[in-house]
Write a protein that binds this ligand. Structure first.
Ligand SMILES: Cc1ncc(COP(=O)(O)O)c(C=O)c1O
Length: 395
């Protein structure tokens, strides 16, 4: 009766069941997977945000499928502040980055076509692709002290049915940023094979200052049909407001055709609410007030990891250029799933197993850097003590 767009098995996995049991017992679990900023004790300018959302213009319904011109101009200013020129006419508003993917997969792919997605990366790609009857086709990021697009492997993966390449910069969870050299290679591949380049830049404002060769944004890239994705969920740490955008660039005829077709698709749903569109210019002005706190939290928690995990420590925190996560290399004291279950059952701390992000091999944990520093330090101390005890017990 049901289509293959939804998974055939929706039963919760072992970890979700264990967490449910723990919470039902009222156990005080430290959640090192928390990536919802509205639950991470940041100080939001709540009155100003709610005031912007209450503007009287929010009571009129005059939909533009691409989004209100004033909101698209605000997005253009967002890019200008980051050194890129984006014509507001080349911006399409969406309710979220996830919705942007859904629109772009509809735009570029028919049923059974392939989209190239990085591994390790954001776990939702698989489901987002299948929900559009599109086949997610993985390509590897290789680690050699930094995570880089394995270009020869990507050329090989781009078979006849691929229609687009997804890049995430900074990537979730590795924090790796796209370099100028990688972008040049991607543009050649996309132009030669007729592929769209989709770059998820939601973490673009959370980058360590000293990453000289990174691409700040792909917005404005001319050599191939390019879509830069971002939105309020990370830029302003306001995921609940449901507003994101796509900035389209590339050879003019292709870009204009893509925009016209995106407008057609967006018109079917008109999913971005008017109050949030009216508020968007002000919300983007308020964004740094919270983003600064997020950056301070991330760098504080990362500093804790660096101080605690010296070169001789069996657990290693991989260097990251940006993003909200830390990737930990752990000795293989247990299979990854057993380790994560053990941490939850015995130490009351929740972390992500690496397999959740499709790391090539076992032996990785991923933690969010958003939790308040005392909770982060206590949770991480439990993780390290648990791994230590298993090492002492011979695995
Ligand atoms: C790489 C990446 N893209 C997109 C999103 C979600 O963005 P949105 O809330 O705009 O759908 C996330 C959320 O964690 C993410 O990690």
């Amino acid at each position: 009766m049901f289509s293959s767009r939804t998974p055939s098995d929706l039963r919760p996995n072992r970890l979700a069941l264990a967490l449910e049991r723990k919470r039902a017992l009222g156990a005080p679990v430290i959640d090192l997977t928390e990536s919802n900023p509205t639950r991470a004790a940041f100080d939001y300018p709540a009155d100003a945000i709610l005031g912007a959302l209450a503007a009287p213009a929010g009571m009129r319904y005059e939909p533009d499928p691409r989004g209100m011109a004033s909101a698209r101009r605000a997005v253009s200013r967002y890019y200008a502040a980051r050194g890129a020129w984006v014509d507001p006419e080349h911006v399409v508003l969406t309710a979220s980055t996830s919705e942007a993917y859904a629109l772009l997969f509809k735009l570029l792919m028919g049923p059974g076509d392939h989209v190239l997605i990085p591994e390790p990366s954001y776990p939702l790609f698989d489901h987002l692709a299948r929900a559009e009857s599109v086949v997610p086709s993985p390509y590897p990021l290789a680690y050699d002290g930094a995570w880089r697009v394995d270009m020869p492997a990507l050329w090989d993966a781009a078979g006849d049915r691929a229609r687009a390449i997804v890049v995430v910069s900074p990537n979730n969870p590795t924090g790796s940023c796209l370099t100028e050299r990688e972008l040049a290679g991607l543009v050649v591949l996309c132009a030669e094979r007729g592929l769209g380049l989709i770059c998820d830049e939601v973490f673009g404002d959370y980058v360590a200052a000293a990453v000289p060769s990174r691409v700040r944004t792909v917005a404005g890239t001319e050599g191939a049909l390019t879509f830069a994705l971002s939105g309020l969920s990370k830029v302003a740490a306001l995921p609940q407001l449901k507003a994101g955008w796509i900035a389209v660039s590339g050879p003019a005829p292709l870009r204009d055709e893509a925009l016209a077709r995106l407008e057609f698709l967006a018109d079917l749903f008109l999913s971005v609410s008017t109050p949030v569109q009216v508020a968007l210019p002000r919300l983007l002005e308020f964004a740094p007030a919270v983003a600064d706190q997020v950056r301070a939290r991330i760098s504080g928690n990362r500093a804790w990891l660096e101080a605690r995990l010296g070169p001789d420590h069996p657990v290693r925190a991989l260097p990251a250029e940006g993003g909200w996560y830390a990737v930990l290399r752990v000795p293989r004291v247990l299979p990854e799933e057993d380790l994560v279950l053990g941490l939850l059952e015995d130490a009351d701390v929740l972390v992500h197993p690496g397999y959740f992000f499709d790391f090539e091999r076992e032996g990785w944990l991923v933690v969010s850097l958003l939790p308040p520093d005392d909770a982060f330090a206590e949770g991480m101390a439990r993780v390290l003590a648990y791994v230590d005890a298993r090492l002492g017990a011979g695995g």
